[in-house]
Design a protein around this ligand. Structure first.
Ligand SMILES: [Zn+2]
Length: 314
């Protein structure tokens, strides 16, 4: 593996966490119902090629000359893989890709990204390895309503309260930790009725509202939930005006989980947590019409669908 200098990551989004107001009004969906969203996901497992027999004694055997990767190549999905051996630099869609010491990497696709992205690596010998990734669009749940989008009555007063909250959230998300949960297969933080799906959006008389930025799970008030992957706690605080009890876990490589509306947070900032470890309890704090856990996943500024990381509940 070549030398990896600090590679610039995409600028972090300035927006705070979206509340999931209104999502609770969604028709109950059975957790075991066939998941239409899954029809749009494609899983590609590009196994490492069988190495060619070496022609000379000096030739290196088992040299990996291609990318190997797997993932969910759709909006809100992700890619996890290993760059070719001797890679000096790699990029995805023209953006520098951060690569771990062992050559592994993680990247993800925003809710609104689609089309094709070029995965590219340049080796020490100057060879360029390219793979084209097709990111499929999703059939998002869109509701058109014949009411005006609700306006904030006193924007100045609202912002006065909200600004420090935004700043705390953005500062937490900008923290870089040595967590490596991004390498793991995620697990559900808690199981229960899905009361709101990722990506759902209302259009108010033609004006699009913000889409739902996470998945809502409603197992009941006070039910404990666990870390979906290893990580480091970067924010653990009650009392946010929209989010209520808010817990953010960094999984490393720019990937983080946010848990909203907690009735209790069982960990503190700086704590390392293991996958499956108890971290808090489901609640209805902040702007929520009923108890549920809103789980949001972000990779840098890209908002991701947690369902694609854990698969259907069973
Ligand atoms: Zn929500």
């Amino acid at each position: 593996m070549g030398q990896w200098g600090p590679l610039a990551l995409a600028a972090l989004g300035l927006a705070g966490l979206m509340s999931c107001t209104g999502s609770e009004a969604a028709a109950p969906e059975s957790a075991s119902a066939p998941d239409a969203e899954q029809a749009y996901t494609a899983t590609i497992d590009n196994a490492r090629p069988i190495p060619e027999p070496s022609e000379t004694k000096a030739a290196r055997v088992n040299l990996n000359t291609r990318f190997s990767y797997s993932g969910e190549f759709t909006q809100g999905g992700f890619i996890r893989g290993v760059v070719p051996d001797d890679t000096m630099r790699a990029s995805l869609g023209g953006q520098a890709l951060e690569v771990a010491e062992d050559g592994s990497f993680f990247a993800a696709f925003d809710r609104d990204s689609a089309g094709t992205l070029m995965l590219s690596a340049t080796t020490a010998a100057g060879q360029v390895v390219r793979e084209e990734l097709a990111i499929s669009p999703r059939d998002w749940q869109i509701e058109r309503v014949n009411v005006a989008r609700r306006q904030t009555r006193n924007l100045e007063a609202y912002w006065k309260k909200r600004k420090p909250e935004y700043e705390a959230i953005n500062a937490a998300r900008a923290k870089v930790t040595d967590a490596d949960g991004w390498k793991q297969d995620f697990i559900w933080p808690v199981k229960g009725r899905i009361s709101g799906r990722f990506g759902r959006q209302r259009i108010y008389r033609g004006e699009p509202g913000s889409y739902h930025s996470g998945i809502d799970i409603a197992p009941g008030n006070g039910v404990p939930f666990v870390a979906p992957a290893d990580g480091v706690v970067v924010l653990a605080q009650m009392g946010f005006s929209l989010e209520g009890g808010l817990l953010i876990i960094d999984h490393g490589m720019g990937l983080n989980s946010a848990f909203l509306h907690c009735s209790k947070i069982a960990v503190s900032e700086g704590d390392s947590v293991k996958q499956g470890e108890y971290i808090g309890n489901v609640g209805a704090t902040g702007r929520a019409t009923g108890p549920h856990l809103h789980w949001g996943l972000k990779w840098n500024s890209a908002r991701l669908d947690p369902l694609l990381f854990v698969g259907p509940m069973n």
